[in-house]
Each structure stands twice: as C-alpha cells, then as structure tokens.
Design a protein around this ligand. Structure first.
Ligand code: XMP
Length: 514
C-alpha cells in the first residue's frame, strides 16, 4: 500500500508453519495493517511495499540446519525497524555476526523470563514474567552493536536489540496467548519503535473497501452469488454499501441447505438490506440430477455442475453485468514461505464457477482474515445467525446423506440437523465448535417404540473442534446435551429410531462423512 494510504503496513516474513498468520493477526488486532510475504522475497521487493516495519516469524527449522530458510540481508540495511521472533531472532543473530548454537538445552512451553536491560519492548512490563518458548538451539552471543535485554534459565540471549539501527529480536513467542504480556511487547514494537498509527479499525476497513469497490466498478452492474455462509454475505453487504442498486444477488436454493437458511437469506438481503435478490428455487432439479447416485465424488460433481448451469442461466439474464463478487479471504491468497505453497491459491466460494464466464472479479474481503470478516459483518448490521454460522460444505446436506439422496431423506436430515444446531446453541457451545451437525447413514436399525417394533434410520451426531479444518478433534459434548439431542431427535423426527455420536478425530476420519 502506498504511504499516503490511511494504513501503515507491517510485513510479516513467513518462515513456515502457521506462525506468520498468527503474528499477522495479532498485528491487526493492534490496529495496524499487516501482510505476509515469503522469506524468498528480495529486500527490494519488500521495501517497494513501503513497510513501516518488518517482522520475521518463527518456523519449524533451526538456523543451523542445512538449507534452512534465509533472508535477504538487505532488509537490515534499509533503516526499517525489524523484529525477529524465535527463528527470526536466531536469524538476526546469525546473519549479523552473533552466534547460535546447540546447547543441548532447549525450552518448550511456559518459561520464566528476566528482563535485564532497559528496552522499549518491555516498557512498563514486569522484569520477571512467564513467556512461551519453543526452541532447541539458542542464541549464545549477540552480534556486535547489540545488547541483551532479557534471558531465561536456558537462553542467555532471550531478547536482543540494536536500538540505533532499530533491529530487535525475541526468542519467545509474543504472539501466542500463553505469553500473557506478549501483545504489549508487540504493541511497543509497533507504536514505540516503528511509530505505527493504530488506524486499521473496522470503520476504516469498511470505508476503504467501499471506496475501492466504487473505484473498481464505476457505474457498471455487479452480481453476487449468496451461499448463506458468512463470506458471501459480508462481501454482498459491503458491495451493496458501496454501489447500492447496481448490485443484484443470486441465491441458488439447491434443496440441500440447512433449515431456515433460504428464509434467512430472503429476510436479510431482500427485507433488511433491500438488495435486489434473485432466489432460484432449484431443489427439484438438483434432486432429479442426484437420483440414485451413491458415490460421494459423483454427488459432489453433479451438485457442482448443476450449480454452475443454474447460475449461468440466471447470469444470462444479466448480460449487462460485468462484475462478479467473490468472498475470497486473505488466507486463500497468502503467498506462503513454504516451498510448495509459494503459488497463490485461487479459491472459489461460489461452487467453482467457470473461468470463461464473462465477469471480472470483485473480491472485497481479499485482505481480511476470517475474524475480521465477522467483525465487518457485525458492523454492517448482518444478523448474528449469518455472521457466526459454522462452515457448511458447498454440496450441502448432499454429502451428509450417505447413500442415495431422496426428498424424504433430505427432510429427515434437515429436521435432525436443526435440532442439533438448536441444542448446541442452547448449551452455549455453538461458537466454540468448528462444526456440529447431523449425518444420515445408509442403514436402518431395529428399535422398539411403544409396543411396536420399528425399523428406521439412525442419526449420527458429529461435533468437532478445529482451527482450520485440516485437523480436527471430536468435541467432548456434555452427556446432558447428548441426552437431549437423542431424545429430541427420536421424538421429533419421524423415520429416526436411534442416535449415535461420532468419536473420530481427523485424521483418521474426515469431518464430513462423505
Ligand atoms: P473434510 O470432510 O474433508 O472437510 O474433513 C474439511 C472442511 O471442508 C468442508 N468440506 C467441503 N466444502 N465443498 C466445500 O465447499 C466440499 O465438497 C466439501 N467437503 C468438505 C467441510 O465441511 C469441512 O469444513
């Protein structure tokens, strides 16, 4: 971003794993804009982005390893403040002439830190504090011109700095919540060392996005596919704020949505925001296309293709529209420092629309993390049910009905799923779970209700915690919640006579059953 922009920019150099994203988010929580860049980026390219400061992330390797990721040392000569964290601090020490060594004594987890010198980073902080460590090699000598400002029992150089050149390093992780005063250390770096202004706020983010959308689309017409999920909803609301009646939203009801989802979209976008909304009721078409299909991948393909056909047909009515809104988020486009992730992923939120559609993309969320998207959604007045809705797969209930999909089976699953959502919310667990839902397997089991033998479907309850859906753990739902779920689902959903709870993590299971 150019310097006349309302935001200062911090570059977070990514040395692998998830460290950089967390640092970037913490910087933004301090109301300073941050971008993640790969460690392979040259100093000239970094400086071309006019950063107010550069933060070097931690990483899974040791600087002593052959082929460990490195950094263009031009970064240290640019006069831009630098903060190295963990691996980043070791790199600062190593590249500027200090010493990093295998001492045989690493530190993992909570570690007592003693501040031993005066440092802007530790202003107003206690001289003794617990910090979070994770290192198996240590900085044993700071480079010439640096002084040591903190140590721990096993790290003689736990923090170092050359305040004249504004180069700092901390061996501990200020970005993790286990370092209780870590955010203050980061803020001292951002405000006191780098002189950043805390202008990355919700209202300024919205203001800037609105201006950018207006500039991009001018007086052209724009269409936006709504899925019912948070990303497309916030993107639509932002674009609507920017260009009002130039926007038309399209909601394709596949018949495989959660209970109340279509009504919620109508209520929010047509009634509350008064957005021009095309609601395509395509359930029959999807069910017909899925008739007798059992294979999960074929289901996905059919649902995806049918979605595209329907969307194209609707879009044909808007031949004067030149732009299509997509809810792409920042994590989808981060240029990662890890080798194979260096390419930029393109992520289609609207069911994988084909490239040959004659639209230019409008991506108003492409600089935002998910928590920022939610905050923007709340600020724009979107209802809580949409802003905090758990993720839902594009193929919808179609991949939660194992075996053939019939209207009857969709109704059973939708009703059971609504009870799961209701009870999980009632127990105050909804936001803490990554996903919680019902699955309908392809078997029937024997039961007895009253004096009658029954032969009906079981419902499986799936509830997981996760940060990113790559791995997940099954949620330890309280017995009372499970009990209510079991009794309500069996009593209220005809065709169900048994409830089971899935206690499989990912891996080895996946989150969805198909
Ligand atoms: P799995 O089941 O692979 O799911 O552990 C990981 C995350 O991805 C979602 N998911 C999908 N999302 N289209 C989507 O848009 C799909 O075909 C699909 N399959 C799974 C799933 O809900 C979870 O959040």
């Amino acid at each position: 971003m150019p310097s006349e922009d309302p935001f200062d920019t911090i570059l977070v150099v990514d040395f692998g794993a998830q460290y950089a994203q967390l640092i970037a988010r913490r910087v933004r929580e301090a109301h300073v804009y941050s971008e993640i860049v790969p460690h392979t980026m040259s100093a000239a390219e970094m400086l071309a982005r006019r950063p107010k400061a550069i933060i070097l992330s931690g990483g899974p390797k040791s600087v002593l390893e052959e082929g460990a990721p490195s950094l263009d040392t031009g970064v240290y000569q640019a006069g831009v403040p630098v903060l190295g964290i963990c691996y980043g601090a070791q790199l600062v020490a190593q590249q500027l002439g200090g010493e990093v060594a295998h001492t045989g004594r690493g530190e993992y987890g909570r570690t007592p830190l003693s501040v031993v010198g005066s440092s802007l980073l530790f202003t107003d902080l206690p001289t003794e504090q617990d910090v979070w460590m994770s290192h198996f090699v240590s900085i044993v000598a700071a480079p010439a011109g640096f002084h040591v400002t903190a140590r721990t029992p096993e790290a003689p150089v736990a923090a170092l700095e050359d305040p004249d050149r504004r180069i700092y390093g901390v061996q501990f992780h200020p970005e993790v919540i286990h370092t209780a005063r870590g955010q203050e250390v980061l803020k001292h770096f951002l405000y006191d060392v780098a002189g950043c202004r805390p202008t990355w706020t919700m209202s300024s983010i919205i203001e800037q996005s609105v201006a950018a959308v207006r500039e991009q689309v001018g007086s052209e017409k724009v269409i936006c596919g709504l899925s019912g999920g948070v990303d497309s909803a916030v993107a639509a609301a932002l674009v609507h704020k920017a260009i009002g009646p130039q926007l038309t939203c399209v909601f394709v009801d596949t018949g495989l949505m959660r209970a109340g989802e279509a009504e919620q979209v109508e209520q929010t976008f047509r009634n509350q925001f008064q957005i021009d909304l095309v609601h395509v009721k395509a359930a029959d078409r999807f069910l017909e296309a899925l008739n007798d299909i059992q294979d999960p991948e074929r289901k996905r393909k059919i649902i995806g293709e049918t979605f595209i056909r329907v969307f194209e047909e609707v879009a044909a009515d808007f031949e004067d529209a030149r732009f299509l809104v997509q809810g792409t988020l920042y994590p989808d486009i981060i240029e990662s420092g890890t080798k194979d992730a260096a390419k930029i992923k393109s992520h289609h939120n609207v069911g994988g629309l084909p490239d040959d559609m004659q639209f230019s993309l409008v991506e108003p969320l492409r600089n935002l993390f998910k928590d920022e998207v939610r905050a923007v959604g709340e600020e724009l007045g979107l209802p809580e049910e949409i802003v905090w809705r758990q993720p839902f797969p594009g193929p919808g209930l179609g991949v939660r009905i194992v075996g053939t999909i019939t209207r009857e089976r969709v109704e059973i699953l939708r009703a059971a799923d609504a009870i799961v959502t209701e009870e999980i919310k009632r127990a105050g667990l909804y936001r803490s779970l990554w996903q919680s839902f019902a699955v309908l397997p392809a078997v029937r089991t024997v039961g007895v209700m009253g004096d009658e033998r029954t032969y009906a479907y079981p419902i499986v309850i799936r509830a997981v915690t996760s940060d990113d859906a790559m791995t997940a753990d099954w949620a330890r739902l309280p017995y009372e919640v499970l009990e209510r779920l079991s009794s309500r689902i069996i009593n209220e959903v005809p065709g169900v006579n048994r409830v089971a709870f899935d206690i499989t993590s990912k891996p080895p299971g996946t989150i969805e059953w198909e």
